[in-house]
Design a binder for this molecule. Sequence first.
Ligand SMILES: [Zn+2]
Ligand SMILES: [Zn+2]
Length: 118
Amino acid sequence: MDFQDKNLTCKDCGKEFVWSSGEQQFYADKGLQNPPGRCQDCRKQKKDQKTNRQMFSIICKECGKEGQVPFQPRNPNDVLCADCFAASKATAEPKEQEEQKEPEASADQKTPDLPVEG
Ligand SMILES: [Zn+2]
Ligand SMILES: [Zn+2]
């Protein structure tokens, strides 16, 4: 197939942008039917918006350090920084430790199955 540069109009900023033949080839390879609706600038901006989440400054109630969380805390005096949040989550789940005991019992049963030297 022969691709030629096409002029498309960005639906976000209304600017004309070039949909290059190379990009068309890329789209065709991926089986994409629709041409891009946005220019590269707007596509990049969209991506940045997704990654740049709004962060809220907090004072950690655990360690007193200033931290940032990706959500607006309902009670700013009752917030943990990322570190303490991770730590509290790790200790709040003793389930995992209990589960680790089970393989021990089955390992005991397996011992007789081991080949005996002799
Ligand atoms: Zn645009
Ligand atoms: Zn903390």
